[in-house]
Design a protein around this ligand. Structure first.
Ligand SMILES: Cc1cc2nc3c(=O)[nH]c(=O)nc-3n(C[C@H](O)[C@H](O)[C@H](O)COP(=O)(O)OP(=O)(O)OC[C@H]3O[C@@H](n4cnc5c(N)ncnc54)[C@H](O)[C@@H]3O)c2cc1C
Length: 326
């Protein structure tokens, strides 16, 4: 019995949200009276020393040239070997794009119960409970499991990022015995879309723009970007702004966009439709800028600024730059 966490890697470095999950996994393992195990999958085990600083009792490594780039069938096979080696009864991972599909396929192959996109975890009467946010954050559902193995993907930023400490935990290599013929997918080419922007789902601050920029969308979004860059924030948008072509879909926050949970969410020219709130309602602090004092976003906002975003955004940017010494 153990609690196993897949430490996902991007460009050969562990992703931060995996460590958020590992921090919680240690607590869950303690409550279940068992060990926490982290597993690294990739071409080599170079990141194992970094993983050791996050306090898992054991760090498993599954290394093979076949695992150099992420491919679903190969990673699920590697993870199955790790589950076997660790005797894991609870398998956790961050609910990233990869994490969600890996968890779903792994859960199905192991005949395990699967709770996707959990926002909290706890142990009641010696059993794991995964908490899921449903109906646009209006209900928190407790999910319990009847299966011997339980798989959960955890929404990014649901748990604090643990501080790394002294390296601990034994590193053990697991041989997955994988060859290219075991893998269903062939990788043809990788085209990077990395533009150096702050990722929405990992961001601690997000500045979003909506249809309120419609008087001059290019200028309006430039003002949103300027405030975001002064704050080191990611840029978000409402669906109305995306549908109007003001900004690409990857920035959309909401029911049919990304779900985010930053420490600070600044919404400019966004009315606060339920489908938008579904994606950002869990933000710790919400600031709304809207020229309509009756806009529904103000019911959700901690701070509201009634005003024209073309005046408010540059004023905020100038003030933040001054205070942050930029
Ligand atoms: C199935 C479904 C899924 C959906 N998914 C999503 C989703 O994922 N994300 C999402 O966002 N929406 C989603 N929507 C759409 C949602 O219902 C709203 O239509 C959308 O969120 C509205 O975007 P908005 O707030 O930018 O625009 P509007 O509702 O038009 O609001 C614009 C706001 O800007 C204010 N404003 C105007 N000019 C200024 C100015 N100069 N300064 C300051 N304020 C100004 C106005 O007062 C107004 O409140 C979905 C809808 C459906 C049916």
């Amino acid at each position: 019995m153990s609690v196993l966490v897949w430490i996902e890697q991007s460009n050969s470095s562990p992703v931060g949200s995996s460590f958020e999950v590992l921090g919680k996994a240690r607590e869950i393992a303690g409550a279940l009276g068992t060990q926490s195990v982290a597993v690294l999958i990739g071409a080599d085990a170079a990141a194992a020393e970094t993983v050791r600083t996050y306090g898992a009792d054991t760090v498993l490594t599954v290394s093979s040239p076949v695992l150099a780039n992420y491919r679903l069938s190969a990673y699920v096979k590697a993870l199955r070997k790790a589950v076997e080696a660790a005797g894991a009864t609870v398998v956790l991972m961050a609910a990233t794009v990869r994490g969600r599909e890996v968890a779903a396929v792994l859960g199905s192959e192991l005949d395990a119960g699967y709770a996707p996109d959990a926002v909290d975890l706890r142990v009641d009467d010696g059993k794991l409970v995964a908490v899921r946010s449903v109906y646009s954050n209006n209900i928190l559902a407790d999910v319990t499991f009847n299966s011997p193995v339980q798989v959960v993907s955890v929404r990014q930023r649901s748990f604090p990022m643990p501080e790394p400490g002294a390296a601990s935990g034994e590193v053990k290599a697991v041989d997955a015995g994988l060859s290219e013929s075991d893998v269903l997918e062939k990788l043809v080419e990788i085209k990077s879309t990395d533009t150096g922007e702050v990722s929405l789902t990992d961001a601690s601050i997000i500045v979003s723009g909506g249809r309120g920029v419609s008087a001059d969308p290019a200028k309006g979004f430039e003002l949103v970007v300027q405030l975001a860059s002064a704050l080191g924030a990611a840029v978000g948008a409402s669906r109305a702004a995306v549908d109007a072509g003001y900004i690409p879909y990857k920035h959309q926050v909401g029911q049919t966009g990304k779900t985010v949970k930053p420490d600070l969410y600044i919404a400019a020219g966004i009315s606060g439709a339920i489908q938008h709130l579904a994606g950002m309602g869990g933000s710790k602090l919400i600031v709304a800028i809207n020229k309509d004092g009756e806009a529904p976003i103000f019911e959700k906002a901690n701070y509201g600024i009634v005003g024209d975003l073309y005046q408010v955004l540059p004023a905020l940017t100038a003030e933040f730059k001054k205070r942050l010494g930029k």
